[in-house]
Design a protein around this ligand. Structure first.
Ligand code: NDP
Length: 306
């Protein structure tokens, strides 16, 4: 495969690039910053990798069999009105650009697959409903962002196989939501964040990377696919396991204000969750390495300690 990836320098993208490169596929990093990308992917460790800033994206996409679109301003920040707007517009801008570049190519040199990220925020939040790929969209801001983000990707040429992966909260080493939550746990001796009743639809970093990888190479992966583990948990349960693996019994609720202080309004992702099931991934026969949050956390924390 030859794969062009936006957001390749991020938490999920970095691991995807490592995997593809290790399997001898060609990778093009589509980035806003060559210097940042060169630090993340030094040539000595990633011989042959191509780093492309925006003016070169066209050439990269033209030479690719597949494109993965992961770029966007992180949502776990304090949401000023400007940032809130940029959370949406950064995603729409990059996605539109990628779609235009793909669509403008002659048929013979057009990539055959686009795997485009979206999020479980599409469904809105609920303590009682269960969401699968058929469920309607919610009515909060993140749902609106996801709808427009997906709507933009859906404009891709009909000959391109499109997989829209609605990603849950990704748990892994060195980044993502967990990196922000662990210090809070250490300060507050663990404990549920918020009421603890909210649902937490998580996925291990290895599994989301495998799912994206599979979507690139397997023609059955098409349309919306939830990127979440088979067993979402209520947040109190997630925190209990995290407390256990960190050796911090989960007694005291971590106050909402503390969480909002580190995550800003992006805290809504963990304060008000949704219970999302990976129905399509299961139908497609995708094999999850981590089905239970306790195992996922154990493996992540033991790697951290190692
Ligand atoms: P990161 O925040 O780690 O990385 C995103 C990448 O997007 C960055 O490396 C950067 O690449 C690019 N980027 C950042 N800001 C902007 C901007 N303002 N305009 C254009 N590009 C920008 O993301 P993750 O790896 O965590 O996630 C990848 C995608 O999956 C994201 O779109 C995210 O919303 C989605 N997702 C992630 C979840 C998670 O738990 N991690 C959960 C649900 C969805 P560069 O600087 O090289 O251009």
């Amino acid at each position: 495969l030859t794969v062009s990836i936006t957001g390749a320098t991020g938490f999920i993208g970095r691991r995807l690039v490592q995997r593809l490169h290790a399997d001898n596929h060609s990778v093009h990093v589509l980035t806003r910053s060559r210097s940042k990308s060169e630090l993340i992917f030094p040539v000595k460790d990633f011989p042959g990798i191509v780093i492309a800033e925006e003016p070169q994206w066209k050439d990269s996409i033209q030479g690719s069999t597949g494109v993965v679109n992961l770029a966007g301003l992180p949502i776990s920040t304090r949401w000023s009105p400007e940032i809130k707007k940029e959370i949406k517009t950064s995603r729409i801008r990059v996605t539109s650009k990628v779609i235009d570049l793909i669509n403008d190519l002659p048929d013979a040199v057009r990539p055959t697959v686009l795997v485009s990220a979206t999020a479980v925020g599409y469904y809105g939040t609920s303590e009682t409903q269960i969401f699968d790929e058929q469920s309607p969209s919610g009515n909060d801001y993140l749902a609106e962002v996801c709808r427009e983000w997906e709507g933009t990707a859906l404009k891709v040429n009909k000959d391109v196989r499109l997989a829209l992966v609605r990603i849950g909260v990704v748990l892994g080493n060195d980044g993502g939501a967990l990196a922000k939550m662990i210090p809070l746990f250490m300060v507050f001796a663990g404990g549920p964040l918020g009421s603890g009743k909210q649902w937490f639809s998580w996925i291990h970093l290895d599994d989301i990377v495998n799912l994206i990888y599979e979507a690139l190479s397997n023609p059955s992966y098409k349309g919306v696919i939830n990127g979440t583990a088979p067993n979402p948990v209520r947040f109190a349960e997630m925190c209990e396991h995290l407390g256990n693996v960190l050796g911090r019994p989960s007694w005291l609720p971590v106050p909402d204000f503390a969480l909002k202080a580190v995550l800003g309004e992006g805290a809504s992702v963990v304060l008000d969750g949704q219970r999302v099931l990976p129905v399509r991934a299961k139908e497609l026969g995708f094999s999850f390495k981590y089905s239970y949050v306790r195992d996922a956390l154990r493996s992540i924390i033991s790697q951290k300690a190692a």
